[in-house]
Design a protein around this ligand. Sequence first.
Ligand SMILES: [Zn+2]
Length: 267
Amino acid sequence: MSPLPATYSLRRGNSPLIVSMPHVGTDIPEAIAARLTPVARTLADTDWHLPRVYDFLESLDATVLVATQSRLVVDLNRPPDGSSLYPGQSVTGLVPVDTFHDEPVYAGQAPDAHEIAARCRDWWQPYHDALAGEIERLRAVHPRVALWDAHSIASELPRFFDGRLPDLNFGTANGAACDAGLIEAIIAPVRAQSDYTWVLDGRYKGGYITRRYGQPDQGVHAVQLEMAQVIYMDESAPFSLRPERCERLRPLLRACVAAMHAWAATG
Ligand SMILES: [Zn+2]
């Protein structure tokens, strides 16, 4: 049996900042890809281009964990037991069987429980082992560690929310995932501008990663940013980056991430 391809790329930094990008992957094992519907194969629900949007992380000496496999293989920001992140609201699952536009992902048989368990073992677990390991490595040398979970999503998705999503959606699990002073520091640059709309703990409050690893009493503080994709890219295929939008956004994004870094580094 050939070895499995890597499920993530990792840049190890020494500052107390970790950035996770669990939904940017576009790789799909051939055996899975062959079963997908044509619309699923467009990978429309990817958090496109985030490594390019966040091109400043090395200058903060951040540790950066980037998924290489598509969320259609297994969703790294869902609990491994398959429970819902937002009970009572529409969500896609641990191994999605429908797209954000409610189209079927599989042309034939959807994965059964056995296959879902195997995907968790092969694809979900390695990412989380790496993330937990990096948090532990940095926590051993820093009194507090900050985890930024980076996401983006189409700005209009009737399945999930009415109307247009705010541009910047910060999530802290309603304050449970991080110190109140940290989120205030992060959103200070956002409060000071009027180019982008924003919300704290609105429709997106932080997924599994934010909730699982954000343990303020253990010195680990997590924040999720869900960005409306329209502020940096085209939301229809081929999902191209819009460099002028990206350059307009980046100073604000950098100010927010740098505020998180500074807060953790002075702990
Ligand atoms: Zn995402």
